[in-house]
Design a protein around this ligand. Structure first.
Ligand code: 5GP
Ligand code: ZN
Length: 131
């Protein structure tokens, strides 16, 4: 038996509001509901994060994310979605998952990018990544 809370939802050991399920993945409502309809999509096989998940599984998960995002936007009359994953940084449940966050207005959720362009040498970053 796994200690992972999401594996427990997959195995129906604990309840979840499951909105989609197939052989490889599952989607259920996030308990915290950062926005109305906040949904998580996960592979059934346990991978810790996006850096570790295999390519085929990731492709399937992302296809389901797109389909569900469309369904959620339509059914909940949202304006759009944020789709995100917290790999190691900020991740609290270490079973790979993608958040679908339906959006209704600008102020309900803040995902802010701070402009550090004055502090960063783009050539240096570029060389580090590509060399
Ligand atoms: P993370 O911060 O790891 O990207 O997000 C984990 C998410 O899982 C959080 O938004 C949290 O609300 C959600 N979560 C944690 N435990 C449970 C649970 O037992 N059931 C459901 N449905 N969501 C959970
Ligand atoms: Zn797991």
């Amino acid at each position: 038996m796994s200690d992972c809370i999401f594996c427990k939802i997959i195995n129906k050991e604990i309840p979840g509001k499951i909105v989609y399920e197939d052989d490889e993945c599952m989607a259920f409502l996030d308990l915290s509901q950062a926005t109305y309809g906040h949904t998580l999509v996960i592979p059934k096989k346990h991978y810790a994060n996006i850096l570790e998940v295999d390519d085929e599984t990731l492709a399937h998960v992302m296809k389901i994310v797109k389909n569900l995002a469309n369904q959620i936007v339509e059914k909940l009359d949202a304006k759009g979605v944020n789709v995100l994953t917290n790999e190691v940084a900020g991740q609290t449940v270490h079973h790979f998952h993608i958040h679908i966050l339906p959006r209704y207005d600008e102020n309900e959720l803040k995902i802010e990018f701070t402009d550090h362009s004055n502090d960063v040498d783009l050539d240096e970053v570029y060389k580090k990544i590509t060399k």
